[in-house]
Structures are given as structure tokens and as C-alpha cells.
Design a protein around this ligand. Structure first.
Ligand code: EPZ
Length: 426
């Protein structure tokens, strides 16, 4: 298995192009199942999870054509066409490897009137149930049965528009509900919907395909079902988690970088705390500039929450920054119950962190010390890379396949702004 080696203490300077968002691309790709016409997606990041979703779509009979962009590393374009569905089952072996596969349930059911998708099971960051996805599809008139670890959903006469009221905010359940409602007969209201930018991006693409949707970006989304969707082309929005991760790389290592092709409004809650911590962040005409010069960062506390709150997917990276800040920071995780796996690894790098319930108490130390580390999830792994950039000496991050699932060419992007980082092949 590949490893990443980082020698810390180098200030960053230059620019990093931000890729399309993984968590937008995955549901957007699944949206091709809603129609027999082609869906073309541009600005698609080249990532293991995206390739995995492409393989899953092929199993349902979709034609999948990938064309890389001409400038190397700028992702690519997918032409997806599910003219004829040859299957509507997603097996356990697939869904357990990538739980985002569960987002095919809504579109398959809406288009074919039936779908059988394995329950994903828990994962490293929490139990992650799917009850809200099922509740939404039942509200739209589907019969849902659980059998031998599978969800078997059917709606032979088609889905019917309805009011779906989510008791808690779920990104994936909102996406499944939104896609299913586009082909349901009549009017649907999705209340307490997730407001993450990836939902807005999915909604924009569905509208380009002919769906009738209003209220995107608010917590009440209204959908008037249509009989069929048509061909469309859509550009995936910039990855806000990649944006935030590299913004924190500059805050940890010091220096000045420009993140091109991204936007400040995607990471407003992070910008607020970065500025309080002593970094400078400004929108440029090509993206975002992030700088930290001279002084050590100051401790700031943060609590994760659904958008527009502080993203859980940036919590681990923020903890790496706070580990070397002046003072004590309280970082509270409210979305997932087991998302502190990076803490024992940061402790191996001489951080001073204790966990009390859902809160990590981070007492900043002047400098972390490089060490061999590993993590069991994508964002935790990226936090260890960031910690390594600010640490004294050498850090080896093991299990790089986690990073490859969600960060396009991470080591290349960081080395082009001067970081001393390289991939060590297995
Ligand atoms: C999405 O996961 C993201 N994944 C996650 O990113 C992200 O951490 C998460 O949203 C929160 O922002 C993708 O977009 C592919 P949720 P999702 O449903 O949709 C509970 C990454 O690193 N819940 O919003 O699965 C759930 O347990 C990944 O890129 C239920 O109780 O998250 C959690 O506590 C990790 N029942 C909360 O809701 C349900 O049916 C929010 O989860 C569904 C969710």
C-alpha cells in the first residue's frame, strides 16, 4: 500500500486548483438513472469513489464514457446514458465498499418502479442508519421491505407526490428524496431538507434535465413531478472540503496560497474561524487567497453542524490546526458519534488533546513532532497530512487509499506550492 512522506516546516507559496466536489459528483452521476437520455457532467474529479460509482452505473446497464480534460489533473467529463436499465439491484459487496452507493435507490425506484439495494451497515465514523431515506420513499408511496440485509422498494404504479418532513437533517436522504420526487406524480414538499451546496448543485442539474424544483438552498424544497427527464450538461461545483483543507494547510504551514476555481461562500463558517485564528482569507477574481504570516495561530472553538454550520468533513483538519495554536480550543462533533479517530494519531505527533463525550479539548503545543501515522477515514487522513506539514521532522501517513477516495492528486497539489511531500509506492 502506498504511503505519503512529509517533511514539515516549509512555508507554502503559489496556487492550487480546486477540483469538482466528490460529494456532488456522486449523486449527480446517480441522477443519470432517472432518464433514458444522456447526462454529461464536466469538472468531475478523478477519484477512486467516482470511478467506483461509474462501475456501479455500468452494472445497471448505463453507458459510461470518461474524457480527461486537456490540462493534466483537471478532472474530466462523463457522458452517462442509462437508455435501458438492465438491473435494479446493488449488491452488498458494492454498497459496503462505498456507502454513497445508497443514493441510487431513489432514482432506480422512481424510474423502474422497483429497486433492491443492500443496507450499507455502519462505517468507521458512526452507525449511519438509512431510516430517513426509507421514510422519504415510503412517504412518496413506495412499499419498502427489509430482507436479508437488503432494502427492497417497489412502487409499481409509480411514486406519488407527498410532504416529506425530515426529523433531522440528512444530506443523503434529501438527495434520494429529491431525485425520486422529480418523477413522482404531483406536488412534493421536502421539509427540513439539507442545505448543503451539493444539494443545490444536484437540484440545478435536475432542473437542467427538466425537473421542476424550487426552494433549493433553503430547508423547504418543492418539487412538481414531471413524466420524464431529458438530456443535459452540468458542471460539478467546486469541492468545499478540498478548499477548506488546503486553506488550513496554509494556516498550519504558514505562507500564502491562492485556491483557484473555488468560492468563499462555500466555506463561510470556516473562514470565520480561520480569521479569528489569525489567518487572512480573501476572495480573488480566480478563487480564494489564504495567508498566515508570522504569528502563531490563536485557539478558536468550533461545533460541527449541517450547512451553513461548520462542516463535520473539516473537523479533523481544523483539529490539526488547533493542535499547534496558542491556547485551548473545544471542538464539538455533533453529526457523527465516532469521528475522533485522528485524535490518537495526533497524540502520537505530540499533540495535547483529551476527549470528553462529543468534545475534544485541544491544548495547543508550539510544534508537533513528525511520526508514522494512519487513519481509518478520508478526512482524518487528510488532517494527518496537514499536521505533518506543520510538524518538526518526518511524518509518514499510511493507508493512502483513503486519501485517494476523496482528494485528487493531493501530494502533487501540495508539492507545487512548495510542501516537501511525496508518495512512496508500496
Ligand atoms: C454526507 O453523508 C457526506 N457524504 C459525508 O461526507 C458528510 O460527512 C455528511 O453528509 C454530513 O455532512 C456524501 O455526500 C457522499 P447525513 P450522509 O445523512 O449523507 C444521521 C466524506 O468524508 N442519519 O447527512 O451519509 C447520520 O447518522 C463523507 O466525504 C440518520 O439518522 O450524511 C448522521 O448522524 C463522510 N438516518 C446525520 O444523520 C438516516 O437515514 C447526518 O448524516 C440518514 C442519516
Amino acid at each position: 500500500m502506498d504511503k505519503i512522506r512529509i517533511r514539515g516546516g516549509v512555508r507554502l507559496k503559489g496556487e492550487i486548483p480546486i477540483s469538482g466536489a466528490k460529494n456532488a459528483a456522486l449523486p449527480l452521476m446517480a441522477a443519470c438513472l432517472l432518464t433514458d437520455a444522456p447526462l454529461t457532467l464536466t469538472n468531475v474529479p478523478k477519484l477512486a469513489d467516482v470511478a467506483f460509482m461509474a462501475d456501479l452505473l455500468r452494472l445497471f446497464g448505463a453507458g459510461v464514457e470518461w474524457t480527461p480534460e486537456s490540462s493534466p489533473g483537471a478532472g474530466g467529463r462523463y457522458r452517462l446514458c442509462a437508455a435501458n436499465l438492465v438491473g435494479t439491484t446493488a449488491d452488498y459487496d458494492i454498497v459496503r465498499k462505498m456507502r454513497a452507493s445508497f443514493v441510487v435507490l431513489g432514482p432506480l425506484l422512481a424510474r423502474a418502479g422497483q429497486a433492491k439495494v443492500s443496507l450499507p451497515g455502519g462505517c468507521a465514523i458512526g452507525a449511519r442508519p438509512v431510516n430517513l431515506h426509507l421514510m422519504a420513499l415510503e412517504a412518496l408511496g413506495a412499499a419498502v421491505e427489509l430482507s436479508d440485509g437488503y432494502v427492497i422498494a417497489s412502487a409499481p404504479g409509480g411514486l406519488k407526490g407527498a410532504r416529506i418532513e425530515f426529523p433531522t437533517v440528512s444530506v443523503g436522504a434529501t438527495e434520494n428524496a429529491l431525485m425520486a420526487a422529480t418523477l413522482a406524480e404531483g406536488h412534493s414538499v421536502i421539509a427540513n431538507a439539507a442545505r448543503e451546496p451539493e444539494i443545490g448543485d444536484l437540484g440545478d442539474c435536475l432542473m437542467a434535465m427538466g425537473a421542476r424544483i424550487s426552494g433549493l438552498g433553503t430547508s423547504t424544497i418543492v418539487v412538481d413531478g414531471v413524466a420524464a427527464l431529458h438530456a443535459a450538461e452540468h458542471a460539478v461545483l467546486p469541492d468545499r472540503i478540498e478548499t477548506g483543507t488546503y486553506a488550513m494547510a496554509a494556516a498550519i504551514a504558514g505562507g500564502e496560497i491562492e485556491l483557484t476555481g473555488t468560492r468563499a461562500d462555500l466555506i463561510g463558517s470556516l473562514i470565520t474561524v480561520l480569521e479569528m485564528a489569525g489567518a487572512q482569507v480573501s476572495q480573488t477574481n480566480r478563487g480564494l487567497a489564504v495567508a498566515r504570516n508570522g504569528v502563531r495561530p490563536t485557539s478558536v472553538s468550533a461545533t460541527t453542524a449541517p450547512f451553513p454550520g461548520f462542516p463535520t468533513d473539516l473537523q479533523a483538519q481544523f483539529m490539526a490546526l488547533m493542535a499547534t495554536a496558542e491556547g485551548t480550543s473545544h471542538i464539538r462533533e455533533t453529526i457523527f458519534e465516532n469521528r475522533f479517530m485522528h485524535v490518537p494519531e495526533l497524540l502520537r505527533m505530540s499533540a495535547d488533546i483529551t476527549i470528553e463525550g462529543d468534545t475534544a479539548i485541544v491544548r495547543g503545543v508550539p510544534r508537533l513532532a513528525g511520526a508514522p501515522v494512519m487513519a481509518t477515514d478520508l478526512r482524518a487522513s487528510s488532517s494527518l497530512v496537514l499536521a505533518g506539514l506543520g510538524a518538526e521532522g518526518e511524518t509518514i501517513v499510511n493507508r493512502v487509499y483513503h486519501l485517494d477516495r476523496g482528494f485528487e492528486r493531493l501530494e502533487e497539489k501540495l508539492s507545487r506550492v512548495g510542501a516537501d511531500i511525496e508518495r512512496l509506492p508500496a
